[in-house]
Every structure is written in C-alpha cells, then in structure tokens.
Design a binder for this molecule. Structure first.
Ligand SMILES: [Zn+2]
Length: 359
C-alpha cells in the first residue's frame, strides 16, 4: 500500500502501518499535554495505543490465518488510525468457510481478553475504579482486557462491513442463496446503521459517524453480491471485447493519446513479437503526459504486471479477481492465443444488459 511503512512479515504476510497513524499518536500526545498530564502518563497512553494496535494486528492475522486454511492468500495487513485492514485475495463463498474466517478476528480479541482475565483476576471494585484517561501500571492490563472485549463486541455488530455482518450472512447462507442472504444481511445492517445514526444524534456524534460508515458498507456489499449473481453462469468469452486496439511497446505515448481520443477505448493491450508485454490505461497515459513523456515509448508507462484471463473461465470469478486486484483491464487468452480484452467498463455494460433482460 502507498504511503505505508513496512513493519515486517508474520507467517508470510507483510504488515504495513499507514503514515496517518503518526497523526493519531501525535494527537494523543497533544490532548494529554493540553490536559496537563505528566510525561510518564503520556508515555503510558502512547504505550497503550501501541499495545492496542498490536491486538488489532493479531485480530487481522486471525482472519488471514483462517483464510489460509482455505487456500486464500492475504496480500497484506495495513494498520490505519481507525483500525486494521487485511487484504484477502478473495472472500470465501462457502458459508462454513466465510463463518470461520469472519469469526476468527473477533475470536482473537476474546482469547486475549480471556488470557488477561486469568492473569489479573479482576474483581468488581477494580473494574469500577478503572479510568481509561489515566493509565498506569495499576490498570494497564485491565484496560487492555476491557478494550479487547469492546473490540470483539463492536466487530460482531451484525452489519456490513463489520465482521458480524459476514458472520450473519454466512449463517443465512446455510438456508438461502448467497445473493439473497447478502440482501437480507445488508438490509438488517442498514437498519442497525439508521438506529446508530438516530441514537448518535442524541447521545454521541461518534455513533453517527459509525452509522454512516456501516450504511455505505452495507450498500456496497449488496450491490457487489447483486452484480455477482447476474454474472453467474457466464464465461469470460461471453462478455469480453473481441475487437480491441493494440499498441507496440515502441509506439509513443503521444500516439496512444491520439488513439484514446479517436476511439471509445480507455485501455490498451501492448503486444510485442513474443506476445502481450503489458496493459496501458487512460490514467497511465495522462500521468505520462503530465510528466512530459509524450515522445517516450509506451513501454515506459505501461503496467507489466497484468492479469492473464482465460476465455473459458467463469465470468463471476474473473470479475471478482479484477476487483480485488484493482485491475481495470486485462488481456484474454484461449490457451496461449490472445483472443480478447476485458475491462471494468465492458463488464459494467454486460451487467446493465443482463439486468435489463432479466426485467
Ligand atoms: Zn475483523
């Protein structure tokens, strides 16, 4: 991920921390200073946040390692000020697998809390006198336990994009078809979101924020599932473009921008004697022009890492792969022969046509 610092690898998964994380630390120090806290108190707060984010990392690793059991690769884990994000290559479709992968994250927090509970053996008095704004060695582990319980509960809210939304859909999927299960889970999620926004207006503005986040997440998930159900049963060959422009690596960027204007195409396949050398998108052309590279060859601007699609493969899986790898275009092969091209625009058209036909 861009603007992120690598912290190293755990079980083959790269862990990144986004630079905005520094803002969070800076903000905590600033707030604490403003409240006139001593250096040692501030140190405890910062240490607490770092430990908390270690727990968030373990939570994400829980998802990643559970996914690994089902041969799903996690590209990386990024820590953002709002939490962690594990980028899985795909989301498991079988209800049992989705259930296990989604639940694995919150389960890690429950385990951490349970271990801390055994270590500190808290009594009710201890919990009552807990003060999160004044951390010290007296209440550090207790606070960590409480926050882990809170993380598990929060993540299990039955609404997308929370883990609980996925757990809920997986449970529904045992009974309903996947896109129906998604629609039900998304609707329930949106009701929860509206309740959050409503309650938030009276009690806590932070809830309004979370509510909006959940509402949009549920909507995106429902649309994604709906689109996937429309693509079901088709192959790449059904939707691909059979006529598409190609470029040579030695063609100039200026030439590619002429083609961009002269045709409907936004993406080009770059082909040399030995086959496909890369793909070139409109954004890449514009970027190269901005950098004054008009007279440079397209090989300077193209992406060499592209997806190789197979014309007989399932359209649904291929589209999901394009979405998760964020590729806007890819060449399509039949065996070793280049037979077509797919881009997001052309899948969008296919979706519109399928939807119209269905009605
Ligand atoms: Zn999670």
């Amino acid at each position: 991920m861009k603007n992120s610092l690598s912290l190293g690898r755990v079980a083959g998964i790269q862990i990144f921390v986004h630079w905005t994380f520094l803002i969070l630390i800076g903000w905590i120090v600033y707030i604490n200073l403003k409240q006139g806290m001593s250096a040692i108190d501030i140190l405890w707060s910062v240490l607490f946040i770092l430990t908390l984010f270690a727990c968030v990392t373990f939570h994400e690793l829980g998802h990643a390692l559970a996914a690994k059991r089902y041969h799903i690769i996690t590209r990386n884990i990024t820590l953002l000020p709002i939490g962690g994000l594990a980028q899985l290559e795909s989301i498991p479709e079988k209800p049992k697998e989705e259930l296990v992968v989604a639940f694995a994250g919150p389960l890690v927090n429950i385990i951490i809390a349970a271990v801390l509970f055994v270590i500190i053996q808290p009594n009710p008095e201890m919990i009552q006198s807990m003060d999160l704004s004044k951390l010290s060695h007296h209440n550090f582990l207790l606070s960590l336990m409480v926050v882990n319980i809170w993380l598990a509960v929060f993540n299990l809210i039955p609404a997308f994009p929370m883990d609980g939304g996925r757990v809920f859909r997986a449970l529904l999927s045992f009974k309903f078809e996947r896109h129906v299960a998604t629609r039900i889970a998304a609707s329930v999620g949106q009701l929860v979101a509206i309740a959050f926004i409503f309650i938030g207006f009276f009690y806590n503005p932070f809830l309004v924020f979370i509510g909006i986040f959940i509402f949009l997440g549920a909507q995106a998930e429902a649309q994604f599932a709906e689109a996937k159900s429309l693509l079901k049963g088709f192959t790449v060959a059904d939707a691909m473009m059979r006529e598409f422009p190609t470029l040579k690596p030695t063609d100039t960027i200026d030439h590619s921008s002429d083609l961009l204007l002269a045709s409907q195409n936004r993406n080009f396949i770059v082909v040399d004697e030995s086959g496909v050398a890369g793909t070139l998108s409109r954004d890449e052309i514009i970027k190269a022009l901005r950098e004054g590279k008009g007279s440079h060859p397209v090989s300077d601007a193209m992406s060499r890492e592209f997806l190789k699609l197979e014309s007989s493969h399932s359209l649904e899986e291929t589209w999901t792969k394009m979405q998760t790898t964020r590729k806007t275009a890819a060449p399509v092969f039949s065996g070793t022969e280049l037979v077509g091209m797919m881009d997001t625009e052309n899948v969008a058209e296919f979706l519109m046509i399928s939807e119209a036909r269905k009605k």
